[in-house]
Design a protein around this ligand. Sequence first.
Ligand code: AMP
Length: 632
Amino acid sequence: MGSFAEFHARSIHDRDAFWAEQARLVDWKVEPKQICEYSNPPFAKWFVGGQTNLCHNAVDRHLAARGDQPALIFVSTETDQEKIYTFRDLHAEVQRMAAILQDLGVVKGDRVLIYMPMVAEAAFAMLACARLGAIHSVVFGGFASHSLATRIEDATPKVIISADAGSRGGKSVPYKPLLDEAIQLSAHKPARVVMVNRNMVAFTPVAGRDVDYATERAKHMNAVVPCKWVESTHPSYTLYTSGTTGKPKGVQRDTGGYTVALAASIPHIFEGKPGGTFFCTSDIGWVVGHSYIIYGPLIGGMATILYEGLPIRPDGGIWWSLVEKYKVNVMFSAPTAIRVLKKQDPALLTKYDLSSLQALFLAGEPLDEPTAKWISEGLSGKAIIDNYWQTETGWPILSICNGVEKAPSKFGSPGKAIYGYNVKLVDDQTGEELTGADQKGVLTIEGPLPPGNLQTIWGDDERFVKTYWKTVPGKLVYSTFDWAVRDKDGYFFILGRTDDVINVAGHRLGTREIEESISSHPNVAEVAVVGVADQLKGQVAMAFAIAKDTSGLTSDAARKALEAEVMKVVDAQLGAVARPSRVFFVTALPKTRSGKLLRRAIQAVAEGRDPGDLTTMDDPAALQQIVDLIKG
Ligand code: AMP
């Protein structure tokens, strides 16, 4: 073990040698000829000339040494199922799924959209795509038909893999009707839909389009589908995320860089070891699920737990019971989940034997101090490691790299810049780099972005360049759109987004998307959505709308009824995950004299804070209405 400072410095100043070393952690069919090609900034190409396969590195590579060891542990407290797939079992299942896709004409470069609950077949689907060199696009199961339709239209998948339903808290959540509606809404139509039928909700397959997974699988029990070797720069997947505009961005990931980045992260950041067990409680629809439920642990030769269910059912000890049962070494969750557990009986934390557990990693949203303290005390002796990253980066930007050098955590900080990331804090007004301690700036990364980060936005290089990249004196930097400060020891503290993105229970949502959805209600003329601090979810969306026809809105009951209707629209279009906590009706929205919505002021008063400088405000009465509504 060396010094982390030295390790980090080498990753920046001796970049190619550093990453050439990390590249040895994975199998290559053809060795890379060039480590990083950055002749056309900001487009970075990693491990150029190399050929590899993500599925090979996650599955096939381990057959010889650990074919009979657990690879995928599927646990559903919704359906009371528990099934262990060894690497050999997983290899067979992935080949069956790949054979089905091949039958449907899927070849390298085709897109396959996956809209599935947390079931083992979702993992087979992702790995089967990677095996064939097809580009998967997983859409979070909590998204509804409109969100799904925009993604189908952008990704133009040849095939969609889905299921009849998911389940939440013991109640089935239908997927199939939302999928059918989304396909109807979308200008692009997939040729085929593979349906995993869990027999939860009845449905009628669309003739000529829908195929039954179980029937097709039965035809391919002995399928042998070799991995397709692809260029390192070949896209492995796209994953849609929210930004300032209403249209989600398809974050595009490569193959070789991503494989190397994840392979390196397992020992260096997570201290994971082959043969160990990784339990990430995220969802495959999010980036954390891609990297640390599916690819990262498997690439590292670890078993991974794929969990369908709530953290508190049958009781708040369920996750800890899994840690005991499967001897979990590394656990990864989100602060919101811990806040949920905090409301349960604390004795559940000491009921199980957690001796296998080395560390609990938390990411996706700020880790507040009371939650960090509660879990640190509850899991006494275990490291609680906050880490900060984004869909775009694919793996952490800030953390503690205990696998390189042990370092203490600081409450409220996700740690230091990780190797590979040349992080700069930039003054948003002057564009100057802020090098002093405790100065607030925008967290940026000097290009080239390290391996595993986004290559571009799917189908829109220009949007990639315009959205994220800025020239600050002498440097081209990627903006994370997060405010941050760095203390004298190099620890960062994240202070929130610089744009209109909000973070609800670790789910990233664009307020513009929610506004567009609310505006589609026939009686909404205008609306502003802001993120408001919430004790449990970190933030919730709150809407302030102007009704077109106010004649019926004379009573609380009438306003409540319209509020409920608006919420239903959001549920149906975007999914309950985006539903605002409240929709208030106002007669005017606070704006500047030039007509710009004063979101920050609305957000401040919605949180009961001082709205600050309002000299540019046109109509103070508009803000006063919001103040009065919040006071109730
Ligand atoms: P996503 O792309 O959905 O992973 O969301 C990324 C955003 O979540 C970041 O830009 C941050 O605003 C926020 N975020 C992620 N991890 C953390 C963390 N550890 N602390 C504070 N904010 C975080």
